[in-house]
Design a protein around this ligand. Structure first.
Ligand code: 5AD
Ligand code: SF4
Length: 468
């Protein structure tokens, strides 16, 4: 039996698809194909955070229904499945089942039930043990919680993924050990609000928090790096920042969704923090870790956003100098509180698009400026890829602070840790020469406190990287 799966949206959806593939391959003997025409089962794992991908879903179903071989099934999974439920089957009768984002563990059951619709957002997947992926590579993701308890006024996720429940720590530690034993060097922890971990479990559980989880995971022998996405700025207290800075296994790149730089808009968005709080957290983080990599999400054109509000967003962008930016035009979503606003509060699409372009252009300038300062610096990368282009062969990997770097003229073993000196910046793409390979122990030392430079009272300052 052959499975074709198309995944749209966030890392959580990618992870859900990985679970589905593992379940179907181990319990139902499916093998993956990238050709929908030869598949016995076609799955579309959807995203409904913005309107566009949701709109595309029905034309895609139509296309797959035309192409599929006789008797092949079509299943719709993910956030749009949760959001539209049986409406999908009514509108597209070629669909055989609908499986919501909170219900992925039921994949083998719905397969057997014609026209099944499983979209219960109160269903508890948090203690379900999924089949193990067969090939893991050196990087793996681990879901640490399901759902989201926030009520950001623009966001449909609490409606599609339900309330937040943390996955028990013993399950996570067991799974992480298994992943590391199979060769995984870097773990990416996933959750809607990772630093809210431990607030609610579905079964009695000893008191814990995200910092505890990070520290416990970091004890696993052979694990080089832990990343996570996304922390909520509101829960970034000093204790969390210190754990982040001081634990050498935690990679020093962090995604901190800003959404808007205007305190007025943030209040309407119900984010629970203002511009000053966000900037204060960033200042603390940079005092602890001058080389920290910071990424963010920004929405422009939120209802009533004025030119002054937008300027605040540009100002935060300039002050923080984010290393990565995911930026979006506001998209009204049903079930959210912002959806109920007076339509006259909406921003003209043309203006919103202009603001998006202004924001992205400013970010490009910031990145160009920052990349120039990288020449001559030394980093450790976890080697992920070996490739060739027209000019040279190269190894590729990411630094602790999440920069993608090519080592020119060298192919290092996948999973090894290579030190590289930056020699070139081609339009923001960083390249360099191989210096030496490091052992895990040496590399971890490089990710601990190496100097103290103007810390706040009582704090030590940390730099990721070693002198080479
Ligand atoms: N419109 C535009 N962007 C949105 N996001 C979430 N909801 C919306 C929406 N209604 C963005 C946020 C979030 C990211 C995953 O998607 O920036 O952090
Ligand atoms: Fe959506 Fe806000 Fe929850 Fe993130 S924190 S998933 S933006 S409701």
């Amino acid at each position: 039996m052959k499975l074709f799966i198309q995944t749209m949206g966030c890392a959580m959806n990618e992870r859900d698809s990985a679970h589905i593939i593992a379940e179907l391959s181990q319990k139902k003997h499916y093998t993956l194909t990238d050709n929908a025409k030869e598949a016995d089962l076609i799955l579309i794992n959807t995203c409904s955070v913005r309107e566009k991908p949701e709109k595309k879903l029905f034309s895609e179903i139509g296309q797959f229904a035309k192409e599929k071989k006789a008797g092949a099934k079509i299943g719709i999974c993910g956030c749009t499945a949760s959001h539209l439920g049986e409406e999908i089957i009514k509108k597209a009768p070629s669909v055989d089942f609908v499986l919501g984002a909170r219900n992925v563990s039921k994949i083998t059951q719905v397969l057997e039930r014609p026209k099944a619709v499983e979209v219960d957002i109160n269903y508890d997947d948090s203690t379900y043990v999924f089949a193990s992926p067969q090939t893991m590579g050196i990087k793996a993701t681990l879901n640490i919680s399901i759902g989201c308890d926030k009520k950001c006024s623009y966001c449909i996720v609490p409606f599609t993924r339900g309330r937040e429940i943390s996955i028990p720590q013993d399950l996570l530690l067991r799974e992480a050990r298994r992943l590391v034993d199979s060769g995984v060097k870097e773990l990416l922890l996933l959750g809607q609000n990772v630093n809210h971990y431990g607030v609610r479990f579905s079964t009695p559980h000893p008191k814990t928090n995200f910092a505890d989880l990070l520290n416990n995971l970091s004890e696993i022998k052979g694990l080089y790096r832990i990343r996570f996405t996304s922390p909520h700025p509101l829960h970034m207290d000093d204790a969390f920042l210190h754990t982040f800075a001081q634990n050498p296994v935690i990679a020093k790149g962090i995604h901190i969704p800003l959404q808007s730089g205007s305190s007025r808009v943030l209040k309407m968005m119900k984010r629970g923090y203002d511009k000053a709080w966000y900037l204060d957290r960033i200042a603390k983080l940079k005092a602890l870790l001058p080389d920290v990599g910071i990424g963010t999400d920004i929405i422009v054109g939120f209802p009533t956003e004025s030119q002054a509000d937008f300027k605040d967003t540009l100002e935060v962008l300039s002050l923080v100098e984010f290393d990565t930016l995911y930026s979006f035009v506001y998209s009204p979503r049903p079930h959210t509180s912002a959806y109920e606003y007076d339509k006259s509060w909406l921003i003209e699409p043309k203006l919103a698009k202009e603001r998006l372009a202004t924001l992205q252009n400013l970010h490009k300038q910031i990145l160009r400026k920052k990349a120039q300062k990288e020449i001559g610096k030394c980093y450790e990368i976890l080697v992920e890829n070996n490739r060739d282009d027209e000019e040279h062969c190269f190894s590729e990997g990411r630094t602790s602070n999440n920069k993608l770097i090519k080592i020119l003229g060298k192919k290092c073993p996948i999973g090894s840790i290579a030190q590289v000196k930056i020699t070139k910046n081609e339009g923001g793409a960083l390249m360099g020469e191989f210096v030496q390979e490091l052992s895990l122990e040496q590399a971890l030392k490089a990710n601990t406190i190496t100097h103290t430079a103007k810390p706040n009272k009582g704090e030590s300052s940390v730099v990721a990287g070693v002198v080479c």
